[in-house]
Ligand binder design. Structure first.
Ligand code: ADP
Ligand code: MG
Length: 258
């Protein structure tokens, strides 16, 4: 989940899509690589500085299995939390060997050591709002990029920079990476602006944009303060139902690949 703009709904989308997939019986892991740790908070996973976290894996080579925590409220959902230590990682990584591939290596080591029956169906990585080394680590480890776009006037601004960075990663570090999915968030059906932004995004990315879009919803924004996703906080709300739709579409597409 990437977009170098902050506040576009990356974290909200990560945790709610993850919860929706997990509730349907799929095994899902969320890796929080934003030092703010918002995804960890929303999933109810402790992330004070003593908790084994993604920092320990990426910077200190602690095996990933030691930093995976189950989410308290949702079965089939696990989280690798981010602690504030991660804020320093962006700088610590600069001088480290294979600084761009550390998350990928941690995941590969994990895959080698786990029973295929216990494999995750989905791993979602919640990126920070920058294109620094943590995001680069996510792009190198991932197969697909999912871009949440806020249905606002400046929505497409900055997107070309994001796409350019993804092209660089493809050329040099991860040839298989593709922008597979775009989701419109904070959509306000009452405004012409939201509709215009949606049209423009669909025109540029006809194959990537999901049909479902996420409405602006108070329930969605309230859920994290209860350590919950909207899927458990208010499952019948329009926000929860639209994330469920988006997750179904996503899973349907994956089924199409197989
Ligand atoms: P990012 O991870 O891209 O910085 P967040 O997911 O943290 O963005 O969302 C930014 C803020 O907007 C948060 O306070 C979040 O609760 C709120 N928010 C996200 N999606 C919605 C929505 N659909 N309706 C209302 N508020 C939302
Ligand atoms: Mg975030």
């Amino acid at each position: 989940m990437a977009n170098q703009k902050g506040g576009v709904g990356k974290t909200t989308t990560t945790v709610n899509i993850a919860a929706a997939l997990a509730q349907s019986g799929l095994r899902v892991l969320v890796i929080d690589i934003d030092p703010q740790g918002n995804a960890s908070t929303a999933l109810g996973v402790d992330h004070h500085t003593e908790v084994p976290s993604v920092y320990d894996s990426v910077v200190d080579d602690l095996p990933l299995q030691e930093v995976i925590h189950p989410c308290p409220d949702i079965t089939n959902l696990w989280c690798v939390p981010a602690t504030i230590d991660l804020a320093g990682a962006e700088i610590e990584l600069v001088t480290m060997v294979s600084r761009e591939t550390r998350l990928k290596r941690a995941l590969e080591a994990y895959f080698e050591q786990t029973d295929p029956d216990e494999a995750f169906d989905y791993i979602l990585i919640d990126c920070p709002p920058s294109l620094g080394l943590l995001t680069v680590n996510a792009f190198v480890a991932a197969g697909e990029v999912f871009i949440p776009i806020q249905s606002e006037y400046y929505a497409l601004e900055g997107l070309s920079q994001l796409l350019h960075n993804i092209e660089l990663i493809k050329a040099h570090l991860n040839p298989g990476l593709q922008v597979s999915t775009i989701l419109l968030t904070m959509y306000d059906a009452r405004t012409r602006l939201s509709a215009q932004v949606a049209d423009e995004v669909r025109e540029h990315f006809p194959d990537q944009v999901l049909k479902a879009c996420i409405p602006r919803s108070v329930r969605i924004s309230e859920a994290p303060s209860h350590g919950q996703t909207v899927m458990t906080y208010e499952p019948s709300s329009s926000g929860a139902l639209s994330y469920l739709e988006a997750a179904k579409e996503l899973a349907g597409r994956a089924a199409g690949y197989r």
